[in-house]
Design a protein around this ligand. Sequence first.
Ligand code: HEM
Length: 166
Amino acid sequence: MEFPGIDGFLGTRASLMLDVVFVAMFAVIPVMGFSIAAARYKHRWDLHKKIQLTLATILLLAVVAFEVDMQFLTEWELRAEPSPFFTIEQKWSSPVGVSLLIHLFFAVPTAFIWIYVITGAIKHFPKPPTPAAYSARHKLWGRIAAGEMTMTAVTGWVFYYLAFVA
Ligand code: HEM
């Protein structure tokens, strides 16, 4: 089938940037887990900081490229139309539309929580980073940030499957 925009590489109906983000999330989740384990069990806070800042930079670039693709190049609705779970007429009440709303419910706050966790950590931990009075707040919000990112990935994969694979 022919769609406007650049086709992806996974052999589904998704566009290139959808495939890039789909695959990137498979890498981000385990790397984030490794980074949190490095802080928790190995006390490699410097490594934890470097990995989290690298992940945040990669995710920011991916989100910008993704938004440019979605807003200007790809009409995801056309690519989702052949799915049995989608019709343009019932865009937001179809399973695809509902799964996208659930995904956005996680994805949008995740971006703000990550910014809060990173700016807070840089401001309140010493350089190089070590546990400090700020630790309790960072651990709480760091766990929320990690959980939200995981849910963003899982709900994104569900949307991808319903819209572009089924
Ligand atoms: C979004 C980015 C980040 C997330 C999701 C995150 C997440 C976490 C989590 C969940 C823990 C607790 C690990 C445990 O259970 O013991 C932790 C610990 C820690 N993080 Fe982060 N972190 C992030 C960014 C940073 C940055 C940028 C710094 C440094 C500037 C940093 C410094 C630390 C330190 C020093 C600890 C140890 C706290 C302690 O055990 O007292 N983190 N982080």
